[in-house]
Design a protein. Structure first.
Length: 120
């Protein structure tokens, strides 16, 4: 990358510090103290400290960057809130190149309503 030879892929593996989603509570399946050694090795903090040590980053740049990200985030939220709501069935788009049978059935149910139960 430094030589200017084009795009460079960097694979960075790290530990997931938070839940899988906002509805996930990782405290149910791991102890809080399990995070301590990983927090000390946080790659973002380590990179920030490295850049600061080399004189390539400082608190003023950090504050300006955070303010810019916050501004851009608020602009994006504003645009999203003004956009029309997507159709419910759009959640099935762009999941697989060829939808699986169960997604086809689920989409049909969303679009037409549930099928009546089978009579025995």
């Amino acid at each position: 990358a430094l030589a200017g030879d084009g795009p460079t892929l960097i694979e960075a593996l790290t530990y997931r510090m938070s839940g899988h989603s906002t509805s996930d509570d990782p405290n149910r399946y791991r102890e809080t103290d399990a995070l301590e050694p990983w927090a000390e090795r946080d790659p973002i903090e380590r990179m920030r400290h490295h850049l600061e040590h080399n004189g390539d980053w400082d608190e003023e740049q950090e504050n300006a960057h955070r303010a810019d990200v916050e501004r851009r985030f608020k602009e994006a939220v504003d645009v999203a809130e003004k956009a029309p709501a997507p159709s419910l069935s759009s959640m099935f788009e762009d999941v697989y190149a060829t939808p699986t049978w169960n997604l086809v059935e689920q989409r049909a149910e969303v679009e037409t309503g549930p099928r009546p139960p089978k009579q025995h």
